[in-house]
Design a protein. Structure first.
Length: 232
């Protein structure tokens, strides 16, 4: 089974192709802030060519659904929907915060993933490795960091790994509350990996957890600024 993944929910997104037999085939990074639909399609065509593959060789398309950049998410979802319609191949939706946690498979400690939600909040979730994957201890939420850290799951003596670009903004606050219990990810693990999006996609595909293109939408958690203005 070959999976092509697209990650456009953060500023440093990318594309990856993996195979269930040979593992990672190719991975490329993209500056999502300067990427539009045409450039994304060009990059996908390039990575397929470099891998000696055609779109028809891909069995499943995996896409990061957020939370994250509203514009980036729409670009990524539009691309996989287009490929799915043309090829007839299925789509797997991968939450961005879960993809971040996959920088730390088999981790003995809980993993807290954070992205900047602005308005002094973060998009966050808390994961724990169990058996062959992560389970959620705290579901995806948009929340003030101080309120998040008041959750009883952070009040035990267990250490917690923090990752995601949101950690850069609130590192001091996290350290103030948790002291030595806080373990911070290195810079190379602060953005989700397209390869990990593909790996999660592989697991979900093997379980038959596919999404219908017509009903697939970004995981916003809260309304975008444009939607808020539209409701006013």
């Amino acid at each position: 089974m070959k999976i092509l993944s697209i990650e456009t929910s953060t500023m440093l997104g990318g594309i990856a192709i993996i195979d269930d037999k040979s593992g990672l085939i190719a991975e490329a990074r993209l500056n999502v802030k300067s990427t539009h639909s045409e450039r994304l399609m060009t990059e996908i065509a390039h990575i397929l060519k470099q891998s000696g593959l055609e779109v028809s060789d891909i069995d499943v398309f995996a896409v990061a659904i957020g939370p994250g950049s509203f514009t980036g998410l729409r670009i990524g979802l539009s691309a996989v929907k287009g490929f799915s319609y043309v090829s007839g191949k299925p789509i797997v939706a991968v939450p961005t915060l879960e993809a971040l946690a996959w920088h730390f498979p088999y981790c003995r400690y809980p993993v807290c993933t954070m992205l900047d939600a602005r308005k002094k909040e973060v998009y966050s979730a808390l994961f724990k490795w169990e058996n062959d994957g992560f389970i959620r201890l705290i579901e995806e939420v948009s929340i003030n960091v101080s309120m998040l850290l008041e959750d009883r799951k952070f009040l035990s003596d267990e250490k917690v790994v923090f990752t995601g670009e949101g950690v850069l903004l609130y590192r001091d606050k996290i350290k103030e509350v948790l002291n030595e219990k806080a373990i911070f990810a290195t810079a190379d693990k602060l953005v989700p990996s397209p390869a990990n999006v593909a790996r999660i996609g592989m697991i979900k595909a093997e379980k038959g957890e596919f999404s219908e293109p017509v009903s697939l939408v970004p995981l916003y958690i809260r309304k975008s600024e444009a939607e808020i203005k539209g409701d006013a």
